[in-house]
Design a binder for this molecule. Sequence first.
Ligand code: HAM
Length: 432
Amino acid sequence: MANQPKFQAIKGTRDLLPPQTELWNRVEQTAREVFSTFGFGEIRLPIFELTDLFARAVGGETDIVSKEMYSFEDRDHTSVSLRPEATASVCRAYLEHGMQQLPAAVKLYYLGPMFRRERPQKGRYRQFYQIGAEVLGGTDAPGIDAEVIEMVMVFFARLRLEGLQLEINSIGHSARECRRGYVEKLKAALEKIKDQLGEDSRRRIETNPLRVLDSKLESEQAAIANLPRIGDHLCDECAKHYAEVKRQLELRGVAFKENWRLVRGLDYYMRTTFEITARGLGSQNAVCGGGRYDGLMELLGGPPTKGIGFAIGEDRLILSLQEAAKGDVAHGPDVYIAWMGEKTQPAAIAAARRLRNAGFRVELPPTEQKFGKALGQADKLGSRYALILGEDEVASGHWTVKTLADGSQQKYGEAELLEFLRLPRGPAKGQG
Ligand code: HAM
């Protein structure tokens, strides 16, 4: 057995290798295309920020901030942290660059790694990747909530991600009576069922009672099912907002399910919250989470500003695509150039250049190979075609193309060759 290498990637982190990275690129490219059709522009943010930014925005009592951040003291003794999420940074950047002066709502999207020291398992990593978007400023019209959700669904549909379930809720307005009154009632009810709760939930009665609602502990489910529901305590304005969000989703043909226990693990949310789950992911099946956070900008020292957004877990999205075998990427080259005879090398180089310029993936062996070996190599790489270039072909200007899946062979001039290669093709050999 080979020796274990001396260094390995740190637990919860991983290398993404080809050909998988092709799928990652396709997903990211699709996000860029879809989001830009909805008027979003990309923001690129730092990977680390002052720890205090996350403590304030996400909440000091949340698991993310209290247990999962990678924080360290910088040389000037300030505490900085690898970002566990990006909404806080987007809001910081919005204020720092005076974007509140801009005439319309600001629509931004971002892609990149986030860091949380969670227990690694399938679909849960310590360095993971999010694709997120935020709408900042403007109004809190429910049509915005619905359009943001619609955009995620359009993106998923474009990727042919199946088995999706969208759940929505309203958790009321944090500055209004509805949330405060509800939390008091919830606390009182939780006190009464304390002995049916585990240690974490008991602690949360004081620190973060809403979070008890999204407990996944089997032993707590029966007790939680009977707790008071926020939907019965929304003030008139919040109830109206929520009803209109649902109507706006229906207008857009976006199917959803209401889940009164959907409170989310970050403190900045108010009113609309949502999550999307996908198939084939086991317990870590949330591929997207988001909601409205109209109070966050003030918490960061800015003026009252509306905000709503989401983040998609890209690792999970990719896993789900792979499980559904939709994520198959063409592995090998389109064309393997099997050239023979030293004098044909210039023609082979020129052919490779022309085919690559036309967008084909081309493998050009650096040294001459025997015919049999070249075809064997083309096959091993999973190439679709072998372009056979011998002295005869160069002299006649007609190239032999071998289709590796069925072994058929034809001769083409350059223009016909490009046309032939562009024809819609079935799967390459060895791919389903
Ligand atoms: P979040 O629910 O914490 O929300 O994360 C969003 C998504 O990131 C999750 O649904 C999941 O797919 C993925 N994710 C989270 N943690 C991990 C992990 N350890 N490994 C793999 N994937 C993970 C936020 O982060 C908010 N900033 C979303 C938001 C934006 N709300 C408003 N705007």
